[in-house]
Every structure is written in structure tokens, then in C-alpha cells.
Design a protein around this ligand. Sequence first.
Ligand SMILES: Nc1ccn([C@@H]2O[C@H](COP(=O)(O)OP(=O)(O)OP(=O)(O)O)[C@@H](O)[C@H]2O)c(=O)n1
Ligand SMILES: [Mg+2]
Length: 432
Amino acid sequence: MWGKRFLIPQVVKTIRLTWSHRRHFYTMQLKTKEFQSLFTDGLNALAEIFQKHRFELRIAGGAVRDLLSGKQPEDVDFATTATPEEMKHMFQAAGIRMINNKGEKHGTITARLHNQNFEVTTLRVDVQTDGRHAEVEFTTDWQKDAERRDLTINSMFLGLDGTLYDYFQGYEDLQNRKVRFVGNSALRIQEDYLRILRYFRFYGRVAAEPGQHDTGTLEAIRDNGRGLGGISGERIWVELKKMLVGNHAAHLLELIYELELAQYIGLPADVSMEEMKQVYQRTEGSSPKPMTVLSPVLRGPEDVEKLDLRLKISREEKTLGLFLVKHRRDLVKGQDENDGLKTFTDFIIDSREPDAQSKVLELLKYQGERKLLAELSRWSIPRFPVSGHDLRRLGITSGKEIGTTLQELRDVWKKSHYRLGKEELLSTISKS
Ligand SMILES: Nc1ccn([C@@H]2O[C@H](COP(=O)(O)OP(=O)(O)OP(=O)(O)O)[C@@H](O)[C@H]2O)c(=O)n1
Ligand SMILES: [Mg+2]
């Protein structure tokens, strides 16, 4: 019925295949406007330094995936054969500033050129030491670095001359809209259990239809679901949110339940999927917030509290969740055919909730009230025109009386659809 939430990016067709199958990877030339636009003064200067010192420098991972999908990458990570020490010497010799050396242990140096930061990471292999901590070992072998990455579509490198280095058929998978782990799924997941949720998120980003998973992949996820229990709530929530506002979110959330992952990520067990699927359909195309899409599986305030305890959601997300579970059934379109919005605007005007209007907008998305949603988006809270000061001027002195009169006037004003002005409202008292 509805189109896709987001257009799934078409894989770029302008790639020129220059030659194929050199050993077990092939190289291609990518020259798109998104790629060209990366070549700022900063990047050109960076490339020159690596060239001068004869170290290779390539774009790595997510940015390559995005470029091949015709999408402008948000952040671009670089990979190199130079070690962090070698980079430091190189940058120091060229008088280039390096910032926050936090990543250095894992091989990342951040250099600042022409007011732009560049994160460059040494090729590495993750070596497991005690099964919990990964120790890194630097390498100059590009394939080894590709092997430790999560998904084939995230395992490619792009040379600055536009050559694509693809060791695991990532480009083919992207064209076929397949999401696959690199090599053995279970091993990749055990290296970082968050990858289970990354798999779902990228499935939403890449796959054309719900339900086209390799059975082996789903088995590996099911077998390793418990590992999510050891992943920090913040990291889980970041991934889960991206999944919820992407394509196929209802299908993916259902899979989370089918694969028995819910308990490890703060979601209530045994909930009905029906309401969730309906809400997903209703919110299609209305840019719902992640919490709005998730809330149908939250049965009441306790479920929101539990979710917060596990995932450390923001205050704003939590209050929205509480608001939706509280009002999804009792705050509904009124009888007045000519002003269906009235129940909602009255609620907003009387509400002490911060951001009441934006919460009600999410409620209307949840309820699928598209017409009212459009109307409320254009509406702005009218100001009640009478103040205590006005009443004192009319000779009302008792604080209590001022309070009750103001309340009565507010009711008259609301009944008038907020149309009556100050004089009209004040004239209703003198008559009574
Ligand atoms: N758990 C993870 C996280 C990241 N990566 C690798 O590191 C790259 C960069 O990670 P990140 O920036 O977190 O994700 P992106 O894939 O770039 O996605 P996004 O567009 O959301 O940044 C990924 O492409 C992937 O190769 C990985 O293998 N396993
Ligand atoms: Mg990234």
C-alpha cells in the first residue's frame, strides 16, 4: 500500500569495470560526483603525504558502501599500511597537527589538514587474547583487515584513484541487496555481539524485501543471541533506533522476537506483534520517531521503565514512551466532525507536559490520523488573552475569585475554538 519508508539507494551504475579477477578480487574505477566531492584541499594534502612516504591510503568500510550506493557518506574512514608510529613521524615532519590520540591503541590517528579532520587507521588483525579483550596486531595485508570486518558490504576499500578492492564479493552483494557476514557468521558475531543488530540495521538499508535472510545467518544469530546481554545499553540503543526508522522495521522487530533476542535488549517478552505491525503500516512515510515505532510492544509504563533501565534512553525518549503508552487509547479524535483536532488542541493547551505538541504529533502518527497530523503540524498554540491583571482592573480583588474566573474564561475561550479576544471574554463576566 505505502511505498518504502526510504528509497533504497540504487547501486551506482556508472562504475567502469576496467579489468576483472586479479587473484580473487577485482578492481573497478569509481568516478561519481559524491566521490569527486571528497577531494578537498585537506584530502589532497593528506594523499600527497602518504604518497611521498610510499604508504598506501584507501577509503575503508561504510564510506565505500555508501559511495557505491550513490550516497554521500557521513563520515569517511581511511585505512593505511603505515603504522601509527610511522604516521606520527610523517605528520610531525610535515608540521601537521594531530588531535585526540584516544584511538591510537587501536591504530587510529586523527590528523587535521586545512581545518578538516581525517581519521586514518592502520590495517589490523584482531587477535583474541582471553576471549574477552581483543588485542590488535598491525598488518600490511589489506585482505586480513577486510576479514575482521562485519559484513561483506562493509569490507571494501576504495583507492583514491577510484579503484575498488573487494575481497568478499561485497559489491555483488550490494547489487543483489544481500546482507552477509564476512566468512563465518558465528565467529563474526562472537567478535562483537552488537553485530547482530548491525546486521538488522543494514538489512533495512539494503534489502529490497523483508524475509530474505540466509538460514545460516539467522541460526548464527539465534545461537549467539545471549551475547547481546553483555553489550552496553547505549550501543544497543544507537543501533536499534536506526533500525526502527529504516525499512522493514516491523519485520526486523518480529525477527528479534522470533530469534529470542528481546530479553537481552530490554524488551518485554511475549508481546503481540499485531499492534506493532499495524502501527508500522500506519506510520509509513510520516517520519515517526524511533520510540513511536517501538512503543506498540511496550504494554505500559513498567515496560518503558525496564527499557530505560537496560538501554539508558534519553529523558525525552522516555517521556515520549510514557506518554504514548498512557494516551494511545484515551486521547482520541473527538465527535465534532468539523473540528476533529479539538480534543488534541485542548489537551495541549491544558497540558503541563513539556513539548506536548510534539508528543501529540507522535500520538497521531501512532493512531494513523494523517489528516489531523497535517493540521496539527501547521497549528501553533494560541495565547489565552486574559490575565489576572485584567481582572484586577475590573475590580476583582480576591485571589481566589481571580483564579476561578480565569478558569471559567479559559473554558469559554476553549469552547469558542480560541477565537474570542480579551474584550469579548471580559464582557462575558460583566453579564454574569
Ligand atoms: N561492530 C562493528 C563495527 C564496525 N565495523 C567495521 O567498521 C566500519 C566503520 O564502522 P561504523 O562507522 O561504526 O559503521 P558504518 O558501517 O560506517 O555505518 P554508518 O554509516 O552508520 O557509520 C564498518 O563499515 C565495518 O567495516 C565492524 O566490522 N564491526
Ligand atoms: Mg561510519
